[in-house]
Design a protein. Structure first.
Lengths: 497, 320, 332
């Protein structure tokens, strides 16, 4: 029985078609996945159904009646809600306030009393299992808690249909599990959920049906029980991908980086050795210290204690420029916030750290820049519609490749990659894994921090596990299993006697 | 979006009410330094009234709002319109000299009104004898001080206008000339208030806080003298001193009324000079053989409680 | 979406985003032609070479300041002190010229005066840059403080009096004759514009300027010389304001500690109308030049038609809002 039906939806941004006559149908009480590569149009479709975007053409029908969703409130009334990937909460307002803002179900006058807010909020917070003070600022909550808050808000709006856009992208495995419990709860209450994601495991686990989009068009809908990974990938990508497993290649025995008792604000007594040509995976929960390790090596976090030896010589990283000169590179976790100049082109972003190489006496040489960038773009399969297009308009995969190019151009011996494959499409992921492989083969040492264990196990030679700033384990990838790594990551320390 | 732009531009077009002058009309351009001063606003309205009497003359005017660069640019644009006569009340002498020369070179007769410039780049300069006014004011102050203190001694405060202006230089210098003969008369403060009443109010407040005893306040124009009076009144010291100004405009907000009301002890009628400027302009436009006088000097009258009422009747333009 | 709208959007995205402002300039010139008063021989006064060069001359001082302001805004900052710095420059150049320092060597004397003024203003700019970059104080606050402080310095230095440049044969008068000449003024503006266009679009420094404004956090991660770049950006702005002050002093035949009030706002308006975003990272020198010309042409249209200068200000305000709105639409 059709609850929501979106037909013939088209949407252009500038001259680019985000959606072309797309179709999506949601049944009552189901969990329905919306899959596709980055740029396929899933988020756009979700936003249109939730009223935050107006389609150029198309029809949306709710329980058989056509509706016009020109404004988020138009969607809130019939009970359509959306939880964005970036979470549209107000960080400097309280938990309760975030629940009641813009909420048609909360009827107070101009001044809302704190008690009224709390009374309204408490039941919904309890339903999602969020035990926090109603007055606490949202910015003080963890990402996982913020997401639960967003769901509580949707519940308080009497959502019958809930769109969730990449809900687990910022969550640790722990928090993700909690989220899945809440989703089951919602389903039991009769809420239909649209799960926008590209994570196969989750989709097969949670969802009843899956609709695949590609290049803005609906490719098809399947029952999850009646399909498999390969078919879905083929629908998403349009071709079969050969995900090459990493061939076991012994790294050389030369130690490129020796870290002894590294202590910073977040890290405590971290010690390990990095071999030349090796890929060292860095595992751990959110907040365990993965990014902080990169920050320390790259001169962004002051080192309080400890000793670093880079190719045998003492190394004191004080700032990124200096670290780069010593052959250390970093691709940060948040590419939009920490990496990209969104208004500059791909080429400009890629060459940004090595402008000396493409200039003479301070003047940029366009041909030199082209000669540096073009081969790298080819090698990385970086495809941009126009070389002058601002990088903010490109897909996540291409953006990440631009940042990788930037780091590689500086010719580092050691490259720290912080969650490089997060939020990008399958094809681009493969390209990046291939690149890591090639870099390692050419003698560079890679530190790969990631929250996806399968990724770590696939790409790394060894895996270092962190928990709360300490090293809790070091495994050879061949010997490790997801369970052992998880155990080390959540290992509770016995108090030293 | 395009429609938006058209609407805005059309509005701008619509404001072209005072558009270009018709053929056969004579154009007179008047560049005023600052319409915010009452004296200059009075100049503008009198000029409009007088030129309105000859409908074949179109008067256009601009207000430089005390900005030299703006006035230079406004005059440059007037030059492009090739007026029959250009009347300029220059903001500051150094800055405006060259551009008025450009107008003369372009064959446009220039009438320089009230304030002077460094070089005689004009056909006619209509001036008021500010030096004489300054001296009269100085003498008035000496007489008042003698009356009050039994001899020529006491404390005087000056409130000065824009410094680069002839009127300021001479109203100030003329008074100092007289006062300097009496060693017991001290000018205890002379802040600059740029001809503006509100600024004078603020400057006078500052002076009042520092000076324990003041006998006479000499504002170099009426608005500044009035501003000083208000400042003293607020601090309860208005009876301690007397106030004199310069301008002596008619009408309910002018200086003559203030003398009648007892706010100012005296003021000096500062002629607008507009009647003479208009006369010369009309002659230039209608009589090709007319040679305008290089300088026209106008006299002043001191206004005190004796003659204020009469002068008020005479100098108040009907309808003010 | 009309084809016209699409063209504007496409142009905006491919970073030819000065296309909308260029169109506005063209539209304005058409309007100018339509409403221009005619001279006795029937030609439109607006298009007289004399009038057009007048416009160029009249926008040169603000135009020069706007070049520096473009760089500052591109780094995500702002400089409110440029008007006061201009005043300081006029005071310094006039003071040095009117003192008998190098009798018999007028050219040297002039160079000394100009050098002192421009360098002093560059130092003020450097101070701004230092506080912004090193002490990490918001540019708005820093330059607001220097706007007030430098104005006070100029007034103190001249005892709040104008420094007159006479009309005689002395070096000061010679200086005024040379540097108020239309060709010299316009030529200076064009020269400065070319230099800064090259600087911004063709040098490593220019790339750094844009990157820092686009994403300050990412600039740290990319190892860019943020401190050095900001220091230079504010110093260059100070130098330009200093040079603008030299031209201003020549035009007005005086050093005036009260000059340049609200000039920073006109400069910011020119930059914004030209397509530069106040948040930084996007903008061009060409855009700023177009913005400057738009304001100059608009003022000229209104003056030729003898419209009250207060109306001029209201229309200017509308144009600024319009310009930003059109550009935002183009970017979505």
């Amino acid at each position: 029985m059709g609850l929501l039906l979106a037909e013939d939806i088209s949407k252009h941004f500038g001259g680019i078609a985000a959606l072309s006559a797309a179709r999506f149908e949601l049944a009552v009480g189901e969990v329905h996945a919306l899959m596709g590569e980055n740029g396929a149009g899933k988020s756009t479709l979700a936003r249109i159904c939730a009223g935050s975007l107006r389609p150029d053409s198309g029809k949306i029908t709710l329980e058989g009646r056509e509706v016009a969703l020109n404004h988020p409130l138009d969607a809130q009334k019939p009970g359509i809600g959306i939880i964005y990937q970036e979470l549209d909460l107000f960080p400097h307002l309280g938990v309760g306030e975030n629940l009641v803002i813009g909420n048609l179900n909360f009827a107070e006058g101009v001044l809302a009393r704190p008690k009224a807010i709390e009374d309204f909020s408490r039941p919904f917070l309890a339903q999602v299992g969020l035990t926090v003070d109603c007055a606490a600022w949202v910015s003080s909550l963890s990402i996982a808690q913020q997401q639960l808050l967003a769901i509580a808000r949707a519940l308080s709006m009497n959502c019958r249909i809930l769109f969730m856009d990449e809900p687990t992208s910022a969550l640790s495995e722990d928090a993700a599990e909690r989220l899945f419990e809440v989703i089951a709860l919602l389903k039991a209450k009769g809420v239909a959920i649209v799960y926008v994601s590209h994570k196969m495991d989750e989709i097969f686990r949670l969802c009843d049906r899956v609709t695949v989009l590609r290049d803005g068009k609906t490719i098809g809908t399947r029952m999850t029980a009646q399909t498999d990974r390969t078919e879905l990938i083929r629908m998403m990508v349009g071709r079969d991908l050969d995900s090459a497993a990493r061939s076991a290649k012994p790294a050389s025995q030369a130690v490129t980086l020796s870290v002894a008792n590294l202590t910073t604000r977040k890290l405590k007594d971290v010690s390990f050795e990095l071999l030349q040509g090796e890929v060292l995976g860095i595992a751990g929960l959110v907040g365990a210290g993965r990014s902080e390790l990169g920050a320390a090596l790259f001169g962004l976090d002051p080192i309080l204690h400890g000793r670093l030896l880079l190719k045998g010589r003492e190394f004191h990283p004080c700032n990124p420029a200096q670290a780069q000169r010593h052959g250390v590179g970093l691709v940060p976790e948040d590419r939009k916030l920490q990496g990209l100049m969104l208004q500059m082109s791909v080429k400009e972003n890629a060459t940004l750290s090595v402008l000396k190489r493409v200039s003479r006496w301070g003047f940029l040489r366009a041909t030199q820049e082209k000669n540096l960038f073009d081969p790298a773009a080819q090698r990385l399969r970086l495809k941009a519609a126009s070389p002058d297009l601002a990088v903010g308009n490109l897909s996540g995969g291409n953006q990440q490749k631009a940042l990788l190019a930037r780091a590689i151009f500086a010719d580092p011996d050691i490259l720290f990659l912080d969650d490089p494959a997060r939020g990008i499409d399958v094809a681009a992921k493969e390209d990046i894994y291939r690149l890591i492989h090639e870099l390692a083969a050419s003698g560079k040492s890679i530190l790969l921090a990631s929250s996806e264990l399968s990724e770590l196990m696939r790409c790394s030679d060894r895996i270092l596990v962190l928990k709360e700033g300490r090293v809790t384990g070091m495994f050879a990838a061949a010997d490790a299993t997801q369970e052992t790594i998880m155990a080390a990551a959540t290992h509770s320390f016995a108090q030293a006697g | 979006m395009k429609a938006w732009k058209i609407i805005v531009l059309a509005t701008a077009l619509g404001l072209v009410g005072c558009g270009p002058h018709g053929a056969g009309q004579k154009l007179v351009a008047f560049s005023q330094a600052n319409n915010a001063e009452p004296y200059r606003a009075a100049q503008k309205s009198l000029m409009e009234k007088l030129f309105a009497q000859t409908p074949d003359v179109k008067l256009v005017s601009s207000d430089a709002q005390q900005d030299n660069s703006k006035q230079i640019a406004q005059i440059e644009t007037f030059i492009r319109q090739k007026p029959a006569v250009l009347i300029v009340a220059p903001n500051e002498r150094d800055a405006l000299t060259a551009v008025m020369g450009k107008a003369m070179e372009a064959g446009i007769p220039v009438i320089c009104l009230e304030r002077d410039i460094v070089q005689p780049n004009y056909a006619t300069y209509i001036r008021m004898d500010n030096r004489a006014i300054g001296r009269m004011a100085g003498q008035f102050m000496v007489d008042q001080l003698t009356k009050k203190n039994g001899g020529p001694r006491g404390n005087v405060v000056f409130l000065r206008g824009l410094l680069g202006v002839e009127a300021e230089i001479n109203r100030d210098g003329g008074a100092r000339e007289i006062l300097s003969r009496y060693p017991d008369i001290h000018i205890v403060a002379d802040p600059v208030a740029n001809w503006i009443q509100a600024e004078a109010h603020d400057r006078m407040t500052e002076v009042l806080r520092v000076q324990p005893k003041i006998d006479v306040v000499y504002g170099h124009n009426d608005p500044m003298a009035i501003g000083a009076y208000l400042a003293a009144k607020e601090l309860g010291r208005d009876k301690e001193m007397i106030f004199t100004g310069v301008d002596g405009l008619g009408g309910p907000s002018g200086g003559i009324k203030k003398v009648m009301d007892g706010v100012l002890a005296a003021t000096f009628v500062y002629p607008l000079g507009v009647k003479e400027a208009v006369e010369v302009s009309q002659k230039i436009m209608r009589d090709p053989s007319y040679k305008p006088p290089k300088v026209v000097t106008l006299d002043s009258i001191m206004v005190t409680s004796d003659n204020a009422a009469d002068l008020y009747k005479k100098l108040t333009v009907a309808g003010e | 979406m009309s084809a016209w709208g699409l063209t504007i959007q496409r142009a905006s995205r491919s970073r030819l985003f000065q296309v909308p402002s260029l169109l506005a300039l063209v539209a304005l010139m058409i309007l100018a032609a339509l409403v221009s008063p005619t001279a006795s021989d029937g030609s439109r006064i607006f298009f007289e070479i004399g009038n057009l060069t007048d416009i160029l001359r009249q926008v040169s001082v603000i135009g020069i300041i706007s070049l520096g302001m473009t760089l500052v805004i591109l780094t995500g900052g702002i400089d409110l002190s440029v008007g006061s710095v201009l005043a300081l420059s006029t005071a310094l150049v006039a003071s040095v010229l009117t003192r008998p320092l190098l009798p018999g060597a007028p050219a040297l004397h002039m160079m000394l005066a100009i050098g002192v003024a421009v360098l002093a203003c560059g130092l003020v700019g450097a101070l701004n840059g230092l506080v912004v970059a090193r002490l990490q104080v918001q540019p708005f606050i820093v330059t607001l403080a220097s706007m007030i402080g430098v104005r006070g310095l100029a007034k103190w230095f001249t005892a709040n009096e104008n420094v007159d440049i006479g009309f005689g044969k002395d070096v000061a008068a010679q200086f005024a004759d040379i540097f108020r000449d239309k060709t010299v003024v316009i030529g200076s503006y064009i020269a400065a514009a070319i230099v800064f266009w090259v600087l911004l679009s063709k040098t490593v420094f220019g790339r750094h300027v844009r990157a820092i404004g686009d994403n300050p956090t990412a600039s740290i991660y990319a190892g860019l010389p943020i401190l050095k770049t900001q220091l230079w950006v504010y110093s260059l702005t100070g130098l330009l304001a200093g040079f603008a002050g030299v031209l201003y002093a020549a035009e007005n035949h005086q050093g005036n500690p009260n000059a340049g009030v609200a000039y920073e706002l006109d400069a910011i308006a020119a930059v914004v109308i030209g397509g530069t975003r106040l948040s930084g990272g996007q903008g061009t020198i060409i855009g700023t030049i177009i913005g400057t010309l738009i304001m100059g042409v608009l003022t000229n249209i209104l003056r030729l038609n003898n419209i009250d200068s207060n109306v001029e200000m209201m229309i200017k305000a509308m144009i600024i809002v319009l310009a930003v709105a059109v550009q935002r639409k183009g970017r979505q």
